[in-house]
Design a protein around this ligand. Structure first.
Ligand code: DLZ
Length: 204
């Protein structure tokens, strides 16, 4: 087995997410991979203590739509949007008892607490095709997500996979087709959201 120097080291403290409010916005292109990444992110948010009612999940068509959605979600953090994670993942159990369901409001949206978000995780899966589409979207989306976080002061976690092949995307969601299933990067994004959300509360 060859040694690698790649990857992230553990933070010095384990950050507590129990007071944090986190939004996940995901694209729907390449849905199998997206679902695994979103589930990985949610699992780690919950492992760090983020409450079900403080995890909001929104979807957009493709990765190109992520920056505007992230900006609007940050702006409107105090208004009614999205689906709360208890409603969304009702059947899935990540180890925590289900929390009280949020209040339904007309149109399938739910009434959420009146507080800003501590971090937004933007999740998309771009897989290179035969044209230049991939390059343009990767470039514009990564720059735009960086701009959203710098303009808003709210951490935007870069959860966009830019894969050259289907297999690369699957491996980065822990769904590899070979012997090695790979690693679910959504988990790292969940942890990054809690760490950055905690830092931002201290740095304010
Ligand atoms: C059009 C398109 C293509 C070809 N590929 C992807 C992809 O691999 N991943 C992704 O998230 N979105 C893709 N899209 C859709 C664009 O992101 C966008 O939704 C449309 O161009 C409409 O603005």
């Amino acid at each position: 087995m060859s040694l690698t120097i790649k990857g992230i080291s553990q933070p010095q403290v384990q950050h507590d997410g129990s007071a944090l409010r986190i939004a996940i916005v995901h694209a729907r292109w390449n849905d199998t991979v997206i679902k695994a990444l979103v589930a990985g992110a949610i699992a780690k948010l919950k492992e760090r203590g983020v409450k079900d009612n403080n995890i909001i999940v929104e979807s957009v068509p493709g990765s190109f739509e992520l920056p505007l959605a992230a900006a609007k979600i940050i702006e409107g953090g105090h208004v009614q949007i999205g689906s709360n994670v208890t409603d969304l993942l009702g059947g899935l159990n990540f180890g925590n008892p289900p929390s009280k369901p949020s209040t339904p409001v007309p149109g399938g949206i739910v009434s959420m607490p009146n507080e800003p978000f501590d971090a937004v995780i933007a999740i998309g899966v771009l897989i290179k095709g035969a044209t230049m589409h991939f390059e343009y979207i990767c470039d514009s989306v990564s720059h735009a997500l960086m701009k959203v976080q710098l303009d808003s002061g709210v951490p935007v976690i870069f959860g966009v996979l830019t894969a050259l092949t289907d297999d690369q995307a699957l491996e980065r969601a822990g769904l590899g087709r070979g012997e090695d299933l790979g690693h679910n990067h959504g988990e790292d994004w969940g942890l990054a959201a809690v760490e950055m959300g905690s830092h931002l509360r201290r740095w304010k």
